[in-house]
Design a protein around this ligand. Structure first.
Ligand code: TYM
Length: 332
C-alpha cells in the first residue's frame, strides 16, 4: 500500500467566508478528506499582517472553526487547528527568513496589491509568504489544495524549500499546489473583473455571498449580479461575458454538471431565470451548512476541545521537521 499523501491548507479568519473560499478550497478539502492525511489551519498569524480588532479576531477564529466543521471537515479524518497555537510556525519562519532574498518577497503580486492600499506597510505583510511557506513545509506536505490566487505563494514555497535544501542539505519535501478544475477563481458578483474577496465584501454589500447569509441575502446579491446586455447563457472567456460566465461557473461547481448539460438547461431562458436558479442552488448548498453551524456554536467547549487536540497533534507532527531544520543549520 502506498503511503497516504499529506495535505496542508489554510484560511484566514478575517471577514466572512464566502462562496469563493468554499468553491476554490473548502469544498475540495472536504471531498478529498478520506483519501489523504489532512491538516487544515486557521491562519490567525497571517490575519494580523493587517490590523485586526482583537475582540473581532477572537470571535472570527471560533466562527472560522465552526464554519469549517459545518462544511464537513471531520475531526476524525483531519486536523483543524489555529496557527498561533503551534509555535513551530513562527519559529520556522525566522529560519526561512534568513534564506529568503527580500527581492523574492517584494515581487509577490498579493503583497504589492495589499501594500498599495496601506499608508504604513508592516514587515509582517512583506514576510507573509515566508510564514505560509513554514506552514506548508513543517509537515512535509505533498499537496496544497487552494484557489488560483495562491499559486505564486506555492511556487515561492518550493523556491524557499529548494534553497534551504541546497544550502543545508535535504530537509523539506517540495509541495505541489492543487487547484480545482471548476471555480479556481470565483469573481465578484458586483464586478466580475475582480476576484471575490473577503476584504471587498466587508465594504460592498453586493460583492459576495457569505456562507452564513440568509436566503433573502443570497437573493438580494444574486438579483443585482452584473451580467451584460446580450442574452446568451453560455460559458465564455470573452471579457464582456465575464458576469454570466461567473454565474455559470458557480452553478457548475455546486451542481457538478457538465458545461454542455448546463448550457442546454439554460437554452432560451432569460438572465433573470439564470440568477434565480443560481441563487437556489447556493441556498440549497448553504442550508445544511448553516444548520450544522448553529448546532456547533451552541457548544463552545466542544469546539475548543477539537481545536486544542488538533493543535497538540499538529505541534507533535511539526516538531521533527523543525528540529531537523535547526540541526542542519548548526544549532546545538
Ligand atoms: P484566504 O484566507 O484568502 O483564502 C482561503 C482559500 O480560499 C481560496 N479563495 C478563492 N478561491 C476561488 N475564488 C476566489 N475568489 C477565492 N478567494 C479565496 C484561496 O485561494 C484559499 O485557498 N494565504 C492563504 C492562507 C494560507 C495558506 C497557508 C493556504 C496561509 N498559509 C498554507 C495554503 C497553505 C490565504 O490568504 O487564503
Amino acid at each position: 500500500m502506498t503511503a497516504r499523501k499529506i495535505v496542508f491548507s489554510g484560511i484566514q479568519p478575517t471577514g466572512d467566508f464566502h462562496l469563493g473560499n468554499y468553491i476554490g478550497a473548502v469544498k475540495r478539502w472536504v471531498a478529498d478528506q478520506a483519501l489523504h492525511d489532512n491538516i487544515f489551519c486557521i491562519v490567525d498569524l497571517h490575519a494580523i499582517t493587517l490590523y485586526q480588532d482583537p475582540n473581532v479576531l477572537r470571535a472570527k477564529i471560533r466562527q472560522a472553526a465552526g464554519v469549517l466543521l459545518a462544511c464537513g471537515i471531520d475531526p476524525q479524518k483531519s486536523l483543524l487547528f489555529v496557527q498561533s497555537q503551534v509555535s513551530a510556525h513562527p519559529e520556522l519562519t525566522w529560519l526561512l527568513n534568513c534564506v529568503t532574498p527580500i527581492g523574492w518577497l517584494e515581487r509577490m503580486t498579493q503583497y504589492k496589491d495589499k501594500a498599495a492600499k496601506q499608508e504604513s506597510v508592516s514587515t509582517g505583510l512583506l514576510d507573509y509568504p515566508v510564514l505560509m511557506a513554514s506552514d506548508i513545509l513543517l509537515y512535509q506536505t505533498d499537496y496544497v489544495p487552494v484557489g488560483e490566487d495562491q499559486k505564486q505563494h506555492i511556487e515561492l514555497t518550493r523556491d524557499i524549500a529548494q534553497r534551504f535544501n541546497n544550502l543545508y542539505g535535504e530537509t523539506f519535501a517540495l509541495p505541489e499546489g492543487i487547484f480545482p478544475k471548476v471555480g479556481a477563481r470565483i469573481m465578484g458578483l458586483d464586478d466580475p473583473t475582480v476576484k471575490m474577496s473577503k476584504s471587498i465584501a466587508t465594504d460592498q454589500k453586493h460583492h459576495a455571498v457569505g456562507l452564513l447569509d440568509s436566503p433573502d441575502q443570497v437573493w438580494s446579491v444574486l438579483k443585482r449580479a452584473t451580467t451584460d446586455s446580450g442574452k446568451e447563457i453560455v460559458f465564455s472567456d470573452a471579457p464582456s461575458k465575464a458576469g454570466v460566465n461567473n454565474l455559470l461557473t458557480i452553478y457548475q461547481a455546486l451542481t457538478d454538471q457538465t458545461q454542455i448539460e448546463i448550457e442546454k438547461h439554460f437554452e432560451g431562458k432569460l438572465y433573470g431565470a439564470l440568477k434565480r436558479e443560481v441563487a437556489d442552488v447556493i441556498i440549497e448548498t448553504l442550508a445544511p451548512i448553516q444548520t450544522r453551524y448553529n448546532e456547533l456554536m451552541q457548544d463552545a467547549r466542544a469546539l475548543d476541545a477539537i481545536l486544542q487536540s488538533s493543535a497538540e497533534q499538529a505541534a507533535a507532527r511539526a516538531a521533527p521537521t523543525l528540529r531537523k531544520a535547526k540541526e542542519h543549520m548548526g544549532f546545538v
